[in-house]
Design a protein around this ligand. Structure first.
Ligand SMILES: Cc1cc2nc3c(=O)[nH]c(=O)nc-3n(C[C@H](O)[C@H](O)[C@H](O)COP(=O)(O)O)c2cc1C
Ligand code: SF4
Length: 489
């Protein structure tokens, strides 16, 4: 079994750079950090008639902790407060909010509805309040709301019961959500209803004062599945034009019902085939290293977006470029680039040294996964200088986040540095970096993946190892028991 060196053991930037060179990875990394207003990370971005006040972005992260009817709980409000306290000037959506009940990824996902308006308003207010406390002003803060339908990965009623809404039959993913070739596909008219739900949700977001909504196209959920619906017949599958009709119809509809509201898209810019733990290495005590599901019998591969059809363990940005050109035509300038899916290839989506309970041991040094996402964003940034591109997968860099982030902005690899897991364990990291403070090492996310393992086992998400709010909770005890039971069979 391969083991990869932990970044926590690397002491200096020079050693980190040596480590990258040994892995033949090209990741930009500055040797010294600049603080103050001239630091690359403190430079504003012009967006429409507004300035986004610095180069940190908080990625959307849901906590599986809303109420049964989709309102935020105390834990949800606390998480959003932390997003505000981070000092980041771009809050990308807060978390995935379902546009209708059957599209919820779990029974505790937030739900857009007239009844839930005041709860959602509280979330935005909490971000504004917290941000004002630490930054003095919210004039240059941009807050979005991520709108989603979970499609294939919907579990609206019970945490353990998939209720997939699928666009086409997938040779490896159907079985993972418990369906076979007889399972019905969403019809074109059902798709039109979902589009209407997106429009209603956008109208509510507009009323609540959100600056933009993200029409989510990533991580295997419905928007993303449209992009790979090559084998679907009818108006929403087949050609590129048909596969992007969902986005185009939502965009046109939102422009009509909420002309003030800006639009953004979070996109899995590339994908690979699905992975699973190597069964030959998997025992009751240990999960095997990730290996790709067999795909040889269905080449060319027509079941992914941004995948090389002849060699689907490699990515291919041809259609991603085309998609970004479409966003440009639609005047959608806010784009958050991510990759793959947490359900079927988590190592490319959120590189981690320790896998979640439904994952597998990393098949590559997680730094390879970081470099892959950074490189894809760099390539797309070169071709789309006029779009605002947020980069993803920085958390695994740990102590070296600021050094890489600063270099990435300075060298034009991305416009904004998106942070996910790091903000769960260490919300004030962006503020500390901007103020030139030494990082609080004990708060740095070490990619233990408990924030993914917990929801996979029906518990709320959160940073159980490092955040006292979760560390001392009853769920923490249950999580320990679940993990111990898995280890001992
Ligand atoms: C607990 C958790 C919840 C997440 N929820 C969402 C979500 O609601 N929407 C989304 O687009 N991505 C979601 N993600 C993915 C993150 O936004 C991000 O892409 C990923 O964690 C990689 O970034 P990082 O390396 O900085 O953590 C989630 C990730 C985690 C760990
Ligand atoms: S549980 Fe905490 S340390 Fe582990 S990956 Fe999530 S945020 Fe990081």
């Amino acid at each position: 079994m391969r083991a990869y060196p932990s970044i926590g053991g690397i002491r200096t930037v020079a050693d980190f750079k040596t480590h990258l060179a040994a892995l033949h990875l090209s990741i930009p990394c500055d040797e010294d950090l600049q603080a103050g207003p001239d630091s690359p990370l403190a430079l504003p971005i012009r967006f429409d008639r507004k300035l986004i006040g610095n180069r940190f972005c908080i990625h959307p992260m849901e906590g599986w902790d809303g109420t049964a009817d989709g309102k935020p709980s105390e834990a949800t409000i606390r998480r959003w407060r932390n997003f505000g306290l981070s000092g980041a000037k771009l809050i990308w959506g807060g978390e995935a909010v379902a546009v209708r009940h059957d599209g919820r990824a779990n029974p505790n996902q937030l739900l857009m509805s007239e009844n839930n308006k005041s709860g959602l308003a509280d979330l935005r207010d909490e971000v504004l309040r917290a941000h004002r406390e630490v930054m003095g002003t919210t004039d240059d803060l941009l807050i979005g709301l991520q709108l989603t339908h979970s499609g294939r990965f919907s579990r609206p009623n019970q945490k353990t019961k998939p209720e997939p809404r699928i666009l086409y039959h997938h040779p490896t993913l159907d079985a993972r959500v418990g369906v076979d070739h007889t399972y019905p596909l969403l019809t074109d008219s059902e798709i039109r209803e979902v589009i209407e739900n997106f429009l209603s949700a956008a109208r509510i977001a507009d009323e609540l004062g959100f600056d933009f909504v993200d029409i989510k196209h990533c991580h295997g959920y419905l928007g993303h599945e449209f992009l790979s619906a090559h084998t679907r017949e009818g108006l929403y599958g087949g050609s590129f034009e048909n596969r992007t009709r969902f986005l185009r119809e939502i965009t046109a509809g939102i422009r009509a019902v909420a002309p003030r509201l800006h639009l953004g898209v979070r996109l899995s810019a590339f994908d690979l085939v699905s992975f699973r733990p190597n069964p030959e290495q998997t025992t009751k005590d240990h999960m095997g290293v990730g290996i790709p599901d067999r795909y040889e019998s269905f080449l060319p591969y027509r079941f992914g977006f941004g995948v090389n059809a002849d060699s689907p363990e490699q990515y291919d940005l041809t259609e991603s470029r085309r998609f970004l050109s479409l966003l440009r035509e639609l005047d959608i300038k806010l784009v958050n680039l991510t990759a793959g899916s947490p359900y079927y290839n988590p190592h490319i989506q959120r590189p981690a040294l320790y896998p979640p309970s439904d994952g597998y041991q990393p098949p590559e040094d997680p730094l390879v996964g970081v470099a892959r996402q950074l490189e894809a964003t760099r390539l797309l940034k070169q071709e789309f200088p006029d779009l605002i591109l947020v980069g993803t997968a920085y958390t695994y860099l740990q102590e070296f986040v600021p050094y890489v982030a600063q270099a990435a902005i300075r060298e034009g690899w991305a416009d904004s540095i998106g942070l996910g897991r790091m903000v769960l364990s260490y919300p004030e990291l962006p503020l500390d970096v901007l103020n030139g403070r030494v990082l609080a090492h004990k708060k740095i996310c070490r990619t233990f993946s408990d924030c993914t393992t917990a929801p996979r086992n029906g518990l709320a998400s959160g940073c159980y190892p490092l955040d006292s709010y979760y560390k001392q909770s009853a769920d923490a005890v249950t999580l320990k028991q679940i993990k111990a039971a898995k280890r001992t069979g």
